[in-house]
Design a protein around this ligand. Structure first.
Ligand code: UD1
Ligand code: CA
Length: 460
């Protein structure tokens, strides 16, 4: 079989996005738009993927899936025809199929790309284009066919006549070309008088004039060819993707109470029999185990949750690990590098940062735990604060197994509270507390008898 060279068009100004970042890097369900096109064509197992970009510095290979990629720079965004020609010097000595893909059409599927390639090879034509029938073809190039039903041209909307605009068959932005034969024809594309750009689809009419055949292959659904040119289309495509992704999760045994108000990145994995309530946001490389409950208005990013974890409403969790059966929230905040042990409880208005909380330990109310290592079965009373910052450096607090900390305690780090110790409520602890001892660090109470009555008399 002949060789296969996929080329994704990912340069261009993206003027309609009105953005400082390249259009194809705008995220969809947590991944750059471009990743989806890369993933679709990867399924065809090319030895590498060529990408036409305006500037390589903003493209990070690891973000794009670590597939062998070769970047080709298009210094000026002179149109899709010009973009493909930037690959000429690399590919003109090769023989095979050049598959050109718009980088802004992330719903494309491997099946359709495979069909396009197969149809192209079978037809023997020099060019094959993917087409689709759209109810609303606004913004797309329209396919013009002759009386013999063969493709004569594809006309951009802005250059189309009113009757051509009525045509619902569009050029989808995915093509196969025979190389090296196509390059001389691409070089004949002229700048559009209106837009001063070299339009790739103009090559169809050039080919026809030269007596060459232009083959077409229909997309399996109109949806998969949707291109993203502005932020409204970005949101609409993301909605379609989300619907599909959540449906898949539900088919795999995850309960999503209201898919219309649940926002889960396509990078997230969720275990069976986990229940996700409305208005939950799960982002990045989050992994959620089986039989968990995630309640409303919680946001979890880049975190790992074991089985049977309960996240109550309004909790915010970032880059943390939560082990089996732990319960977090409502209104809890776990900042990066927090590790919550099995069966532990982090309750309302508790903030944890870069801390370990051991098995079965509890901090149920109004507490700050920062840079702390907390053992097993520790009880942290309401209003406990680890004072970890002296204005210059962060210091560590160690609280060993079985410690009981009374409410409203400040622990001035660095400090260790040894195994089984008790801290009296309202203490400010500044020294190590030995094992199994009671530490109280507060003024003793003084009761001045009848003081109130005496004062009242004085006033009169
Ligand atoms: C393009 C097609 C149109 C088709 C539609 C399908 C052209 C002229 N028109 O229109 O027929 O119906 O896609 O979605 O091709 N790009 C570059 N360099 C450039 C210009 C663009 O790399 O100089 C890239 C863009 O990043 C984008 C892709 O090419 O990923 C398509 O460009 P875009 O401007 O979005 O073309 P459309 O107007 O959507
Ligand atoms: Ca487009």
């Amino acid at each position: 079989m002949d060789d296969f060279y996929p080329l994704i068009l990912a340069a261009g100004k993206g003027v309609r996005m009105r953005s400082d970042i390249p259009k194809v890097l705008h995220p969809l369900l947590g991944k750059p738009m471009l990743c989806y096109v890369i993933e679709a064509v990867r399924a065809l197992h090319p030895s590498k993927i060529y990408l036409v970009v305006s500037d390589q510095s903003s493209m990070r290979k690891e973000e794009l899936g670590n597939y062998p990629l070769e970047f080709i720079i298009q210094t000026e965004p002179l149109g899709t025809g010009h973009a493909v020609l930037q690959a000429r010097h690399l590919l003109q000595d090769r023989e095979g199929v050049l598959m050109v893909m718009n980088g802004d059409s992330p719903l494309i599927t491997p099946q359709t790309l495979r069909g396009l390639l197969r149809s192209h090879r079978k037809s023997g034509a020099i060019a094959t284009t993917l087409t689709a029938m759209l109810d609303d073809p606004t913004g797309y190039g329209r396919i013009i066919r002759g009386s013999d039903n063969r493709i004569e041209a594809s006309v951009e909307e802005r250059e189309a006549t009113p009757s051509q605009r009525q045509n619902k068959e569009v050029n989808a932005g995915f093509y196969c070309f025979k190389i090296p034969h196509i390059f001389p024809y691409l070089a004949k594309i002229e700048r559009s008088p209106h837009h001063k750009e070299y339009y790739l689809p103009d090559v169809f009419s050039i080919l026809r004039k030269e007596g060459e055949e232009v083959n077409s292959f229909p997309a399996s659904s109109p949806q998969e060819v949707l291109g993203i040119n502005n932020r409204y289309q970005l949101a609409m495509v993301e909605r379609l993707m989300r619907e599909e992704f959540l449906k898949n999760l539900m088919m795999k045994g995850v309960t999503i109470v209201d898919p219309h108000s649940t926002y889960i990145d396509s990078t997230v994995k969720v275990g069976k029999d986990t229940v996700i309530h409305p208005q939950v946001v799960l982002q990045g490389y989050t992994r959620i185990g089986p039989r968990c409950q995630i309640h409303s208005f919680s946001k979890i990013s880049h975190s790992w949750l074991g089985q049977e974890v309960i996240i109550l409403s309004n909790s915010v969790i970032e880059s943390s690990r939560i082990r089996k059966g732990a319960r977090i929230g409502p209104f809890a905040r776990l900042r990066p590098e927090s590790l919550i042990g099995p069966q532990a409880k982090i309750g309302n208005f508790v903030e944890v940062k870069k801390s370990v909380v051991g098995r079965g330990s509890k901090a149920n109310h109004l507490t700050y735990l920062g840079d702390a290592i907390i053992g097993k079965k520790v009880n942290i009373g309401a209003g406990t604060i680890t004072c970890n910052y002296d204005g210059k450096k962060k210091w560590q607090t160690i609280i060993e197994d079985g410690v009981f900390i009374g409410s409203n305690t400040e622990i001035i780090a660095p400090l260790t509270i040894r195994k089984g110790a008790y801290i009296g409520a309202g203490s400010t602890i500044t020294k190590e507390v030995p094992p199994h001892s009671l530490a109280i660090a507060r003024d003793r109470q003084v009761n001045i008898k009848k003081w109130v009555l005496r004062n009242r008399k004085g006033k009169k």
